[in-house]
Ligand binder design. Structure first.
Ligand code: 6PG
Length: 475
């Protein structure tokens, strides 16, 4: 009897891989899974919602189970593991097989792998997948990059499994080469910034406005019905309501104030610095994670040096209401500047790496399924649909009006935070980015003069063309 041939292969049957397999099989495609871990192999079939799923820990068996030319996805940790998966697969692959790396690989690795495999007539795609466990299971946002012909082969499956917004699939062909992984990296940079901003608003609401966890739950839930509507605000509201299983407290209060990172935010900052594209809110969010990890040092400094915070008088009911409104405006303002920076990095990277990104389509596929999905992305999508040449959404009149109406709020909040010794680096940088970006004159004339003074780096003048040098020393 001839063995059944499966439509797709999946290597890596951990949480994400397994859930993506189930999602694909829900849409009528058959999937064969491979993992070296026997337990994962067993779980995949045992918990599969349908019969069109199989799994094995034998690579030859896995390869033989797939229809030719094969389409093999993998969801394994980024880095050397991806290379070892490719190395082990290679002897079994034949012309026109397609490999899809669905993890968070660094885009430069994706370029190298694409080029090397192309020499052997094997297609390689870097595919960003966002949405965590439930996204993988019920509809992620998918950012596929690589050759367009390769994308066309898998487009019907990707469209079927992706999240939908107004019946539009949250997947599109992102661009050539490593475009998919680049866009996913920037998605994660934005994710870092939004998380940091929300965390700063939490401390302000807790310590200045004195809100308890129930009130925080209600407030973020309310915000999630208006301009701030987004996945991260929604889950933040949920978090405050969650009771701890081990104590009588809320779980959030029992969690260590220190957060880890896998590196994608840092990569975003590194590449932006390489290209000289300012994304300071993302940068500061990465630094804040690094500071968060210095838990013991922070504890020591708190004990040794700054025992007393300046006292903040409790707010009256009217002041409290006004402050909460201002925090809402501050978060909205800084969310806009965060997306502006992420999109502006994509704009420039598209030229630098020749990706041919369509920013309206990227905003569109981020509206559903992914961690940074937000109502604001609908506005951003329509701006780029009308003005695809826009290098920064802050130049757009509609966005300028939104920032204008929220700027009193963010300024008031930052003043209050400074008085209360509450660090709000991401909010501060959002405002500073805006204030810098909208100023035609900034004190960089002084920088030019200083560089010329100490290093004879020359300077340009406002009143005539050319390059000038002055002997500055007066003594
Ligand atoms: C997503 C997430 C996902 C993962 C991050 C976490 O889009 O589904 O971004 O990719 O949760 O990598 O990143 P850190 O561990 O660096 O916070």
């Amino acid at each position: 009897m001839e063995q059944q041939q499966y439509d797709f292969g999946m290597i890596g049957l951990g949480t994400m891989g397994r859930n993506l397999v189930y999602n694909i099989s829900d849409h009528g495609f058959s999937v064969s899974g491979f993992d070296k871990n026997e337990d994962q192999v067993k779980v995949l079939v045992k918990e599969a919602p349908s019969k069109n799923v199989t799994s094995t820990s034998s690579l030859p068996e896995f390869i033989n189970s797939l229809k030719k030319p094969r389409v093999i996805m993998f969801l394994v940790p980024a880095g050397p593991i991806v290379d070892s998966v490719i190395l082990e697969l290679k002897p079994f692959l034949t012309k026109d097989d397609l490999l899809m790396d669905c993890g968070n690989s660094h885009f430069t690795d994706t370029d190298i792998r694409t080029e090397q495999l192309a020499k052997e007539n094997i297609h390689f795609m870097g595919v960003g997948v966002s949405g965590g466990e439930s996204g993988a299971r019920f509809g992620p946002s998918i950012m596929p990059g690589g050759a367009k012909e390769a994308y066309d082969r898998v487009a019907p499956m990707l469209q079927a499994v992706s999240a939908k917004v107004n019946n539009e699939p949250c997947v599109t062909y992102v661009g050539k080469g490593s475009a998919g992984h680049y866009v996913k990296m920037v998605h994660n940079g934005i994710e870092y910034a939004l998380m940091q901003l929300i965390a700063e608003t939490y401390q302000l609401l807790k310590d200045v406005a004195g809100l308890n966890n129930d009130e925080l739950h209600e407030l973020y839930s309310k915000w999630n019905k208006k301009d701030l509507q987004s996945f991260l605000v929604e889950i933040t509201a949920d978090i405050f309501a969650k009771k701890d299983d081990l104590t009588d407290n809320r779980l959030v209060d029992m969690i260590l104030a220190s957060a880890g990172q896998k590196g994608t935010g840092q990569w975003t900052s590194q590449d932006a610095l390489n290209q000289h594209i300012p994304i300071p809110v993302i940068d500061i969010a990465v630094s804040a994670r690094d500071l968060s990890a210095l838990k013991d040092e922070r504890k020591q400094v708190q004990q040794n040096l700054f025992t007393a915070k300046p006292a903040t008088a409790p707010l009256s009911a009217t002041e409290k209401e006004a402050f909460i409104d201002a925090v809402e405006q501050a978060l909205y303002f800084s969310m806009i500047t965060t997306y502006a920076q992420g999109m502006s990095l994509l704009y420039h990277a598209s030229g630098e790496y020749k990706y041919g990104l369509k920013l309206d389509e990227i905003a569109a596929i981020w509206r559903g399924g992914c961690i940074i999905r937000a109502a604001l992305l609908e506005d951003i999508r329509s701006i780029f649909a009308k003005h695809p040449e826009l290098s920064n959404i802050l130049i757009n009149d509609g966005i300028a009006k939104k920032l204008e109406s929220a700027q009193d709020g963010i300024r008031a909040v930052i003043k209050k935070a400074v008085d209360a010794s509450i660090p709000v680096p991401a909010l501060m940088v959002s405002l500073a980015y805006h204030d810098t970006y909208r100023s035609a004159w900034l004190p960089f004339n002084l920088l030019q003069a200083q560089r010329d003074y100490f290093g004879a780096h020359t300077y340009q003048r406002t009143d005539r063309d050319g390059t000038f040098h002055t002997h500055w020393e007066t003594k």
